[in-house]
Write a protein that binds this ligand. Structure first.
Ligand code: BEZ
Length: 395
């Protein structure tokens, strides 16, 4: 992605002079002026349900705060990014130039998030990433204005690999979509396996968001492996888990994964998911006061059960509120915004967490088992796990 100067906004890959477009949000910090926050998320396509969960939980916390953050009334501006990286620059440009948002929240897809990271870095506008795990955002592209309320792609898969090695698995394969989330979680799976003396011997991929899994499934029995790990999410995860079971592979090669494989999708997966073990920074039945308050509140707000995406959206709102409280509503005061977030533990339904120096959650990765429509926590795959943060130079 080309680098943009601070005097440009994102637009179709061309650096457009700032003066030619609607001006970026001025530091409108007068307490009477509404503060616009851009919510750029997928509301259509394979990740639509994930985007809806994040947006609903963000909105729920905003309502808990009486509609204000940092003393200012907040107006949310939603954009459907369709999980399409090609449309991301113009979507970001619209939020900044046309809608004049002062802070950004987004997104789900690891490719799409890069346009948000780039805008946040270059225009020093706060960005809270409520899902996308692209490791670069909190490694080499880390920045004072960029924060994650979710995970790095490496974290949950590292936990899964580590738990499998501890179970005695020696060789495993990774099956996934061929984009940053799938590939980087494969790296985490490999590192986790290796930490316990096991090996990742094969990575099988198909393009995002395709769901023709049969050619990949057909290769698995011939690979000489003890287990299979996978990263899929949303609609793709429903299909993969069903196809894996229908191919008769469950008894021959146990299936594991980053917890997205079964998160928020157990109902449509049905019996095909029963007993699957996955690793994630959230699970059903976590017995902490925040989770016990959050789950029924989310259910009554949305009519849906909470999942990890809702938790990440809720925590993005908590982090935004902390940052804005620390700057009395001036989102442009990025250093103070960051200091206010970093000085706090985030009281999350997953369990309280802090941010690493590169602004990624340091968090426990739980081992879960799918039973009767729930991802029940059965142990810890990795406690207090930080992403390595390699290459992050916070200026
Ligand atoms: C990602 O693209 O980073 C992602 C998407 C869905 C679930 C988890 C990660």
């Amino acid at each position: 992605m080309p680098s943009l100067s601070r005097r440009t906004v994102l637009g179709g890959g061309l650096a457009t002079p700032l003066a030619a477009l609607a001006p970026l949000a001025a530091p409108a910090i007068a307490q009477g002026t509404p503060l616009k926050i851009g919510l750029m998320l997928p509301f259509s396509g394979t990740y639509a349900a994930l985007g809806e969960s994040i947006a609903s939980a963000f909105d729920m916390h905003l309502k808990e705060l009486g509609g204000k953050m940092g003393g200012r009334v907040v107006e949310l501006v939603r954009v459907d990014d369709e999980s399409d990286p090609a449309k991301a620059p113009s979507n970001v440009n619209g939020l900044l130039g046309r809608d004049k948002v002062e802070a950004l929240v987004g997104t789900v897809h690891s490719g799409v998030v890069m346009a948000l990271v780039q805008a946040s870095r270059e225009q020093e506008i706060p960005l809270i990433i409520p899902n996308a795990g692209n490791v670069a955002a909190t490694r080499e592209l880390c920045a004072p204005s960029v924060f994650r309320s979710s995970f790095s792609n490496w974290q949950p898969a590292y936990g899964m690999g580590r738990a499998l090695a501890a179970k005695g698995v020696k060789k495993a394969a990774w099956v996934t979509w061929n984009y940053a989330a799938g590939i980087e979680s494969g790296d985490g799976f490999r590192d986790g396996l290796q930490s316990g003396g096991a090996e990742l011997t094969k990575v099988l991929t198909l393009p995002f968001p395709e769901t023709n899994f049969q050619p990949l499934l057909a290769q698995l029995p011939g690979l000489g492996i003890d287990a299979v790990g996978a990263f899929f999410a949303g609609g793709g995860a429903i299909q993969f888990v069903k196809d894996y079971a229908a191919a008769g592979l469950r008894d021959k090669l146990p299936l594991y994964g980053s917890g997205f494989l079964t998160e928020g999708v157990l109902k449509p997966q049905g019996a095909a998911a029963e007993g699957l073990q996955t690793a994630l920074h959230y699970g059903d039945g976590l017995n902490n006061p925040r989770n016990l308050q959050f789950r029924p509140a989310y259910k009554s707000f949305t009519g849906r059960e909470a999942d990890v995406y809702a938790v990440q959206g809720y925590d993005a709102a908590q982090m935004m509120a902390l940052g804005l409280a620390g700057t009395k509503g001036n989102a442009g005061a990025v250093k103070d915004f960051a200091a206010a977030i970093l000085a706090n533990k985030i009281d999350s339904p997953r369990g309280a967490f802090t941010l690493s120096p590169s602004h990624n959650p340091v968090q426990t990765i739980y081992l879960r088992e799918a039973r009767n429509g729930e991802n029940r926590v059965i142990g810890a795959a990795a406690e207090g796990l930080a992403d390595p943060g390699t290459g992050c130079k916070m200026t």
